[in-house]
Design a protein around this ligand. Sequence first.
Ligand SMILES: [Zn+2]
Length: 454
Amino acid sequence: MSLRPLTLALIAVTCGAAQPDRTVLVLGAHAGDAERLGNPGVEPFRARGYRIVNTALAGSGLNLAVDLTVATRRSQAQAEVARFIAANNPEIVITHSIGEANVVNHGAADLVYRAWQDARRKDGARLGQLWFRVPEDRGGMMSEAAFRRFFEPARQGDYFVVADAQAPAEAPAVLQPGPAPTYPSPGRRPLVMAIGTHADDVEWAFGGTFGKLIEQGWKGVYVVAINNTAGNRLDVLHPNQPKPEDFLNVQHVQGPFAADALETIQIRQEESRRAAAVYGATPEFLNLHETWFWLGRQEVYFYDPRWNAYDPPGTGVITSAAAGSKGLDQAVVLMKRYQPDVVLAMMLAAGNPEHGETGDVAYRAFVRAAREGAHVGQLWMGIVDPPRYLERVRIAPDISVDVTSQVDRVLTALEQHVSQGQRRADNQARLDRSRIGGRYYEHFMLLVDRKASK
Ligand SMILES: [Zn+2]
């Protein structure tokens, strides 16, 4: 038997996984964080002669030029971190953990995770593993057993190994439906509160479940978390194929001209009211600041010096609101007023950071309202886009709701969001992607169950 095929196979394996450098890169949010994050994980590496690089994301040579809680919304900030990782080719990258009590640390972990993936895929970095330091503090979603249990299989000592470029995780299996829910019986008309981020997120994240419960006699509260100062597409809306002269133009300016913030707030809020009416639900608005707004042709972000001069109306920037904000306080007031039996919330660390942080706001409002005496039941977190979640952390649904009977209603609710350029066939095709065996499902993690804990 010739050795030749084996030799070729070995060469192929070696080339396919170029070795990282003997470097441990520790990325903390602020100066001094890296030393704490690296302790005790870096010591065995230091003893073996590895280079240890401690870096702070804010106020260091990494010129992100943005607030950490919004950095994942800014492609240049994420690219800067990715380039830094690629320049070091580290065997181990250590950072904070998502779901930490500290919202900035959580944001830093989210940013490093995305940048690490970019460094691997786009910048050709030679990488080993990415570690999150297991949080010690209480508070934050990682303190919930229901959330943390998905991370425990990835745990090695004081760290969660969330990705490994040398041993990539298998592609996520197709999502299988979890058990059907058993609803709490509150001894009164039950109430479901759905908390979406942007004007139409209730529809996309859990519109079917929301509609089904209301149809079964539940009272529904439809909450929009942010003030929608961007994302109005009326300017490019045209029933057929738009031509340049169809755009909303000033004088002879060519191309789309985004609707301004104040107009967008009004239009998208009205669209949400109409969508809520499709379900027969009560609309509520937290008015948290979206991270940016349109001003004519300019995007103005909240860390821009002009932000304060324009003073856009709002109750706190969504990506840091969970740390404390008027909007969070208002969410607590809503929880106390309605005492929901089920809260439907967005998934932490979702692809869109504004979605993820809305999940955190909903969670913290729920916990605080309960602590302050409100009778709240369960908090379900929607699993909308599981393949984009952390690579080695696989979240399987605790609850899956068959929403086949609600597809028509969700499509009708989506059509109320006129400024999004809705086309029923496109929306139908997007919903069709979630079909399993010809049925439509929405999936959830049962994050908090106040009934079970009593
Ligand atoms: Zn959204």
